[in-house]
Ligand binder design. Structure first.
Ligand SMILES: Nc1ncnc2c1ncn2[C@@H]1O[C@H](COP(=O)(O)OP(=O)(O)O)[C@@H](O)[C@H]1O
Ligand SMILES: [Mg+2]
Length: 558
């Protein structure tokens, strides 16, 4: 990144910071510089901030006259990939991807002549190609053959170059060609093909929609890619089934349509699965939630109270559920149920993720959320996570599960706490209001569209069939403010944890300290947060010692 651009960003940041009044506790600042360890933390924070820029900052970057907005590189299966994001005379930035070391001419030879040789040389019977389980085998057969073909065609090519060309050749034969580099870029959320005349578009975490320098050469190839994706998961896309909506084993979600259903041509929309899940530390740092509210939620989770996360579409419900799940003790069994695989928990938790399945073209084999929920209850779970509750039966089974002593965390579409109660208790969901008492609290997430920020709008307890708002976000100061005393939640906590009011307060204070210390030290990773939380449950003193001595944590698992 250029110095000039950095300066601009710094200025904007300062401005944003200055805009907020500070009557409440600020999220902790970065740790002071000290040795290499803090340097890595600082880098992390820097990355973090760059990943999730504020709306105005992004607008400024867009408006600035800089031609080069960003450049970075990464490796994809050993293939070096370089990315430049540039501002040209267009409404959106241009995302330029190149693979250094492969000239355009070489690419052409690889994509035509050598690809042809490869396909005719590797003799596969149709069952091998169609069997998704054999994919790795097929891949290594192709790779070996690719090496031979390259040796024959470019005998003087050094080994490392040949390796690169072999991977490229493989990606163009068995994979999605040039799209593979885009799919490997962690900065992209979405990769889309609209037709073969226009370049591919991508949704960049920082710059939003960008046009790329990649184009798929004809409609036939887009169709081939779609059917390749479909085949891998045992599905089909063709004239009679011109739409495909699929979840890949990688967690990516793919949607394809064929012309003339999509008038401009064949389309592919790939939403990439985020490998970098949200944690409570991320949310405290980005001011999505205050450490006080986070600490209270943590106390609820520790004491097995059930919570709902509600909010509008795209407000961050699932992400918040993910962050909450990282606070579950590691000696408890978790079963999660989702439409799409979105949740990622610390790797050492006792966790069984379940995902629904759509019916096959003959209408058979469907497994619904309700099927999974009923099944989950037979798996002896301590905690149940439900991606999203939409229907009456799902809600009924969920509340039954709560009433039979399970702690459940689920998301539901509703704009605030009051609406959550009214959605739950009115048609079509229609839960008897008396059943609501199994629920301890509601976290409402909210997306401010103009500023493109996400915040916890409310945190409420359920008291006598009503939502009692305990914390509320104030738009003017961008702070979450306490609006009431713990009523029923306090009673529940005393009942389950045997704490009186003062002890609850002290426990929350303690958790605030731990959370702030984690934020300060940059412990954002899902496994880092998980390790500290698990240690805190087993041996709180060790964690508290590190916190009060402001010492970094010595991670055992990395
Ligand atoms: N607090 C946050 N700050 C910034 N981005 C967020 C935040 N929470 C979620 N996101 C992003 O917002 C998008 C929608 O989040 P998601 O949790 O799927 O929303 P929902 O489940 O409410 O539809 C995702 O791309 C996610 O990464
Ligand atoms: Mg969601």
């Amino acid at each position: 990144m250029g110095k000039e651009e950095k300066d601009i960003k710094e200025k904007i940041r300062e401005k944003l910071r200055g805009g907020a009044t500070s009557e409440e506790k600020e999220p902790p600042e970065k740790a002071p510089e000290k040795g290499t360890e803090t340097e890595t933390t600082e880098e992390k924070i820097q990355e973090e901030e760059e990943e999730k820029p504020q709306y105005e900052e992004r607008q400024q970057i867009m408006r600035s006259q800089l031609a080069l907005l960003a450049s970075y590189s990464f490796k994809n299966e050993g293939l070096p990939v370089e990315v430049k994001i540039v501002r040209k005379k267009d409404f959106v930035p241009r995302y330029e991807v190149t693979i250094p070391g492969i000239a355009e001419g070489t690419k052409l030879i690889l994509q035509t002549k050598l690809k042809g040789e490869l396909v005719s040389e590797v003799k596969l019977d149709i069952s091998e190609i169609l069997d998704p389980k054999k994919f790795e085998e097929v891949k290594s057969k192709f790779l070996a053959a690719a090496h031979k073909i390259l040796e024959r065609n470019f005998p003087s090519l050094p080994e490392d170059k040949r390796e690169i060309l072999a991977v490229y050749l493989l990606q163009n034969t068995l994979g999605l060609g040039e799209m593979e580099s885009l799919l490997a870029d962690e900065q992209l959320e979405e990769v889309v093909v609209n037709n073969s005349r226009e370049p591919l578009w991508v949704y960049h975490k920082k710059f939003g929609w960008c046009k790329t320098n990649v184009r798929i050469k004809d409609e036939e190839t887009i169709y081939d890619y779609s059917s390749m994706i479909a085949r891998k998961i045992g599905r089909q896309i063709n004239v009679l089934n011109p739409m495909l909506d699929a979840h890949l084993p990688s967690g990516d979600r793919v949607n394809s349509t064929l012309a003339p259903i999509s008038s401009f041509g064949n389309t592919i929309t790939i939403r990439k699965f985020s490998k970098n899940p949200w944690t409570i530390t991320n949310f405290i740092r980005s001011r999505t939630v205050s450490s006080e509210v986070a600490a209270l939620i943590w106390l609820c989770i520790q004491n097995e109270l059930s919570l709902l996360v509600t909010g509008g579409t795209g407000s961050g419900k699932t992400s918040f559920l993910n962050a909450m799940a990282g606070l579950i003790p590691s000696n408890q069994r978790i079963v999660s149920i989702e439409d799409t695989r979105e949740l990622t928990l610390p790797s050492f938790l006792h966790w069984v993720p379940l995902v629904v399945r759509e019916a096959n073209p003959e209408g058979k084999g469907e497994v619904t959320m309700l099927d999974l929920l009923v099944n989950a209850l037979r798996m002896r779970p301590d905690r149940i996570l439900v991606g999203e509750i939409r229907r009456q039966r799902e809600a009924e089974v969920m509340f039954e599960a709560m009433h039979t002593g399970h702690s459940v965390y689920a998301t539901l579409h509703a704009d605030n706490s009051e609406q959550t109660i009214s959605r739950l208790t009115n048609p079509p969901i229609n839960i008897p209001p008396a059943m609501l008492d199994a629920l301890a609290g509601i976290v409402v997430t909210f997306r401010h569209r103009r500023f493109n920020i996400r915040r916890v709008l409310e945190f409420s307890e359920i008291d006598k069939e009503k939502a009692n708002v305990l914390y509320k976000w104030d738009v003017k100061t961008d702070k979450i403010k306490g609006t009431g005393r713990l009523g029923r939640l306090g009673e529940l906590l005393s009942l389950y944890a045997g704490m009186d009011e003062r002890e609850i307060e002290e426990d929350i204070e303690e958790k605030i300290e731990i959370l702030n210390w984690m934020v300060k030290n940059g412990y954002d990773d899902v496994d880092q947060v998980g390790e500290i939380v698990s240690n805190y449950y087993l041996d709180p003193d060790t964690v508290l010692e590190a916190v009060s001595a402001k010492k970094p944590w010595e991670f055992k698992r990395f």
